[in-house]
Design a protein around this ligand. Structure first.
Ligand code: ASP
Length: 436
């Protein structure tokens, strides 16, 4: 039978009502055999995630303060879920053990990981699935890097023995036995790892939105949901700030060509977004638009630059020496610009300017802040004519000046630089042009 790995995020498992929705989703499809769970998230906008409550406990211990009150609030969250689900089940012994470990200076990652550990125990009990601790099958190496080979082999063997199981997200174990977490939001990565280890047909990532949107809803009114997006397009959009899940979650499944389906626990009838290795299906020229503010342009001028071998390399060498990575390098005959994030050069502007002056004997080096970059991404643009014309006309018609243009050689994206004050208007102009 084919396997679906399903991961539920914190808001999908925040209280008993959400647990009920999760159970009906899981039980609606017998292929949904392996479930990855997050810790209870926010029940309302002013609520606190259990993971944050656990980090607070860790901080209290470091400050030599009591965790009694903070920890009992965590116990209450879980006990309320257990009670409202009507389960004949107690986590009291676990609470005691975990509290003891925290008080006795357990590591920060161990403390944070208990959110998913406890929530998964409840979910396993509620679904009647086996509970499998992530520390038995998800490994990190000595350097703290995810140990994929060891993990896939061991986890596959463990899961083979279980028809149905719940696995806590977010953490694994180091070679010395200590618990280590992924970065925040890391249960998405666990879901992807489990999908890979079980060679699943699909990785369903259940969250609280009905998929990835074509543009940021804080900037564009009511953007449409992306029905299908390729891994490559997703990388381009996430790099520019569009998020729908943890960025690293695509790697384990991408290697095995397993598609991801982003779904909404609160609206399970919606199809959500399919993230696929590749597809011939093109319904729209543009798949999505994303952007970021906070970029600076370093403009370098030198009369003989055009004929000077190694000029660009020397400029980039200075940036490399200061640990600054560059975004784009648009250039003219005797001019070269390097676009970098303002944060990355903020404290070392003078050193960079002086370094470039000295190494390449420039006529002038000027740094200008306040640039926004917008990426227009779409597999529908590849080898198609007229997309760039439509993008630029829409910006021109909105009365906006374009400061930089870059088209990736894959033709999958067009990057446009505009003044930060024109950022939102540019996003809207492009979105409206293609939302026809
Ligand atoms: N609970 C962890 C967090 O809040 C991990 C996750 O939910 O994915 O970041």
């Amino acid at each position: 039978m084919s396997i679906k790995v399903v991961k539920f995020g914190g808001s999908s498992l925040a209280d008993a009502k959400q647990f009920e929705k999760v159970a009906s989703i899981v039980k609606a499809d017998p292929q949904r055999r392996y479930v990855v769970a997050s810790a209870p998230g926010k029940r309302s906008s002013d609520d606190i995630k259990v993971t944050d409550m656990l980090y607070d406990c860790y901080k209290l211990v470091a400050k030599k303060q009591s965790i009694d009150e903070a920890f009992s609030k965590i116990e209450d969250r879980y006990n309320q879920i257990i009670r409202e689900l009507g389960l004949d089940f107690s986590l009291d012994e676990e609470f005691q053990r975990i509290k003891m470990s925290i008080v006795h200076h357990a590591g920060r990652d161990y403390v944070a990981s208990r959110g998913e550990y406890l929530n998964s125990m409840i979910l396993a009990e509620y679904l009647g699935y086996d509970f499998i601790d992530a520390e038995t099958g998800i490994f990190f190496d000595e350097a703290g890097k995810f140990d994929s080979a060891n993990t896939y082999e061991t986890l596959a063997k463990i899961l083979e023995e279980h028809e149905h199981a719940v696995i806590p997200g977010f953490y694994g174990v180091m070679p010395n036995g200590t618990i280590k977490t992924f970065s925040r939001g890391g249960s998405d990565i666990t879901g992807s790892i489990v999908a890979r280890a079980t060679d699943a047909d699909i990785y369903e990532n259940w969250t609280d939105v009905s998929g990835m949107l074509m543009a940021d809803p804080r900037c564009v009114e009511n953007p449409k949901v992306i029905e299908t997006i390729t891994y490559k397009e997703l990388r381009e959009l996430s790099y520019m700030g569009a998020t729908v899940m943890h960025e690293d979650a695509i790697f384990p499944v991408r290697e095995a060509c397993i598609p991801i389906n982003i779904r909404n626990t609160n609206s399970p009838e919606d199809n959500g977004t399919m993230i696929v290795p590749s597809t011939k299906e093109i319904k729209r020229v543009i798949t999505g638009i994303a952007g970021k503010m906070g970029f600076s342009t370093i403009s370098i001028e030198k009369d003989t630059m055009g004929s000077e071998l190694g000029f660009g390399r020397k400029v980039l060498e200075i940036l490399e020496k200061h640990g600054v990575s560059f975004e784009h390098v648009p250039s003219g005959v005797d001019t070269m610009s390097v676009i970098v994030s303002t944060d990355s050069i903020d404290k070392i502007r003078d050193e960079i300017t002086a370094g470039i002056f000295k190494l390449v004997n420039a006529d002038s080096v000027v740094i200008e802040d306040g640039l926004a970059l917008i990426a227009v991404v779409g597999r529908g643009m590849v080898k198609a004519k007229g997309t760039a014309a439509r993008v630029f006309s829409s910006i021109y018609n909105a009365g906006i000046n374009i400061k930089m243009i870059d088209q990736g050689s894959s033709e999958l994206n067009i990057i446009i630089g505009v003044d930060e004050c024109d950022y939102q208007a540019t996003l809207n102009a492009i979105y409206n042009e293609f939302d026809k």
